[in-house]
Write a protein that binds this ligand. Sequence first.
Ligand SMILES: C[S@@+](CC[C@H](N)C(=O)[O-])C[C@H]1O[C@@H](n2cnc3c(N)ncnc32)[C@H](O)[C@@H]1O
Length: 243
Amino acid sequence: MRTDVKTGLQTVGDSLLMQEGRWDFAQAVDAFDRHVEKSIPFCREGRDYVAKLATFFVRPDSLVYEIGVSTGALAVAVLRRVAGHEFQYVGIDVVPGMVERANSTLSRDPRFSGVIADAVGYNFDQASLFLSYYTLHFIRPQRRAVLMGKIYQALELGGALIMYEKIRAPDARFQDMLTQLYMEFKQGSGFKSEEIINKSKALKGVSEPFTTEENLTLLRHAGFRNTMVIHKAYCFEGYLAVK
Ligand SMILES: C[S@@+](CC[C@H](N)C(=O)[O-])C[C@H]1O[C@@H](n2cnc3c(N)ncnc32)[C@H](O)[C@@H]1O
């Protein structure tokens, strides 16, 4: 099916159907891993890099939170890399189906617990590491700022936030280039032109990426003084912020 005139459902690839402005993670659980890895350049490599970086901040008694755990793919990478420590890894996601999938995948690892919750309203305990892998641009800017403040408050001194985000370019010329390159990347991943257009329609008003400067400002306003860009490819960036 391409577009259902009655429901407005349009194909966005990987057998997923979404309406304009209504991208819905709850409908995407089964196809999620395949879809996200085809949609984000260096998605797997990025998770491995985060896992390696996590070893600087995870000690035997640590508490680690992941905001937007989805099916648990980043958690699997981190828990595998930081083997031998009895730390706790709490993966939060607002979509029950995602958390069920993550809990099932990691059911044999007692360090992991998936929690169904809106991260913005969550009461965090003191933690040594927060991870957010391509999640915050799905949280509206006002709420994003509230969440960032809570993350900073909950982090222990010396603890860190590792945050990867889809980003916007600082001006129209660079945005044109990024958009063009990203479209070509998605075609190279096997998406049809129609699916690429429908996906960007589905994300209207749902995904609200910041520029690099806006992300660094968000971190600074929350209280972070030590920040570094750790990844940059196409319209995707990663940041390390240490308290
Ligand atoms: C792009 S996915 C994250 C991908 C995942 N970290 C990975 O490595 O595969 C974004 C996730 O954030 C979740 N999410 C969006 N808003 C949220 C919120 N306010 N609180 C918790 N989770 C949220 C979505 O349900 C979705 O599963």
